[in-house]
Write a protein that binds this ligand. Structure first.
Ligand code: DX5
Ligand code: ZN
Length: 219
């Protein structure tokens, strides 16, 4: 049975009122998703370590940092030091996977492995034990508001089987295009953790949107 956690993505919030956006889902969102982009790994720029420090002071909700940056080996541990509860690095960007995951954990955070839609999970099967979370992107990373890629559903099902067969206790997370319509088939495919930006902050009551998405995932 999937656990159906909902992580609102602050990328879809009003950038002039990020702390208010965090508080708008306090007590209702499981964690908050903080996208970090560098104009290099993806063609967009978003939150930084200073954002994480500011959010840490503004909310009790644990922070899930999704690093869409080049050279995560260098930068990822700093996000853990600033109080992120989880730091996810992209498989396509990391150089020394064992060293970087150990550094993130030594700094006190959980750690996740993210893969873009076209990156197979199988090549990382023997590294998954180093992680607490596996993020399967359901859009090309870089921008919110894109359409959920149904073509990723078989990959989600295969990843679910792989985790279960190997007895790996990772949370299976998806990010991109999650909404009241797509969340049901993703949940059926075995997703535990749903990141949702537009489907939370695009609505008048973000807290109620979180509750509605969780209910849809558990149907
Ligand atoms: C995009 C980000 C996502 C983004 C999702 O690369 O990683 O977290 O905010 O946005 P929606 O939910 O609108 O697709
Ligand atoms: Zn993200």
């Amino acid at each position: 049975m999937a656990i159906a956690q909902i992580y609102p993505s602050l990328l879809a919030a009003d950038f002039g009122r990020i702390a208010d956006a965090a508080r708008a889902v306090e007590g209702r969102a499981d964690w908050l998703h903080v996208d970090v982009m560098d104009y290099h790994f993806v063609p967009n720029l978003a939150f930084s370590g200073d954002t994480v420090t500011a959010l840490r002071a503004a909310t009790e909700t644990p922070l899930d940092c999704h690093l869409m940056i080049s050279d995560p080996d260098r930068w990822a541990p700093g996000f853990a030091e600033r109080g992120a509860a989880n730091v996810t690095i992209h498989a396509e960007a990391v150089e020394n996977l064992p060293r970087t995951t150990e550094a993130i954990r030594a700094a006190g955070a959980r750690t996740g492995l993210a893969v873009k839609p076209a990156t197979p999970v199988e090549g990382y099967a023997d590294d998954l034990h180093r992680f607490d979370l596996l993020l399967l992107m359901t859009i090309e990373p870089g921008f919110g508001g894109q359409t959920f890629m149904d073509s990723v559903l078989p990959k989600i099902q295969a990843a679910r089987r792989l985790l279960d067969q190997r007895g790996l206790d990772l949370w299976l997370q998806i990010d991109g295009g999650v909404n009241a319509e797509t969340i049901e088939r993703a949940a059926a495919a075995g997703v535990d953790v749903f990141v949702a930006g537009t489907a939370v902050y695009g609505l008048a009551d973000p807290g109620a949107a979180v509750e509605a998405l969780r209910a849809q995932a558990l149907r």
